[in-house]
Design a protein. Structure first.
Length: 166
């Protein structure tokens, strides 16, 4: 069930809700997508709708930028995640792996997708689809960008995702 309150927060508690609002958020993104995830959850982020929105966003504007942080590469590479070829083909998609030692001291509290500096889809739980979406919440997005940037400083490129010049 998806429920919107007066402040614009949309409560999400189904996979379908996460897919719907991620798709919509990506479609309204102008310049930058920022994603923090353990393994780019194949059911949510790898769904057909979200993958197609991501592909269109990455291809529609040469100035678009996608930054992705993950903790695990194996499910993405061995599971042939739908984003894998796009990540390898487009240099404007940067993907990095958070170093395990930083996760020991600063564990991830949630996963998210951020649109420019205004919108987000936030998942509170790794085991269930619980969280929220908001299309105009600059303060919360700024906080999550700060979290993302902190992890980015303690991340590294992975050879599995190297850009392949065509």
């Amino acid at each position: 069930m998806t429920e919107r309150n007066d402040s614009g927060v949309i409560r999400l508690d189904t996979l379908e809700g996460f897919i719907e609002h991620s798709h919509e958020l990506i479609n309204q993104t102008g310049r930058e997508l920022t994603i923090l995830s353990t393994d780019l959850d194949r059911n949510w982020l790898g769904s057909d709708a979200v993958t197609e929105a991501m592909r269109k966003f990455a291809l529609r504007n040469w100035h678009s930028k996608v930054r992705i942080l993950i903790t695990e590469t194996t499910p993405i590479v061995q599971g042939r995640h739908p984003w894998l070829e796009l990540i390898k083909r487009l240099s404007r998609i940067e993907i990095r792996v958070i170093k395990p030692d930083i996760l020991d001291t600063e564990p991830m509290k949630g996963t998210f997708l951020l649109s420019d500096s205004t919108g987000l889809v936030y998942r509170n739980s790794q085991s269930r689809y619980l969280g929220f979406a908001h299309y105009d919440d600059r303060a919360t997005v700024r906080q999550q960008i700060d979290v993302f940037d902190q992890y980015w400083r303690y991340s590294e490129e992975s050879p599995e995702f190297r850009f392949l010049a065509l």
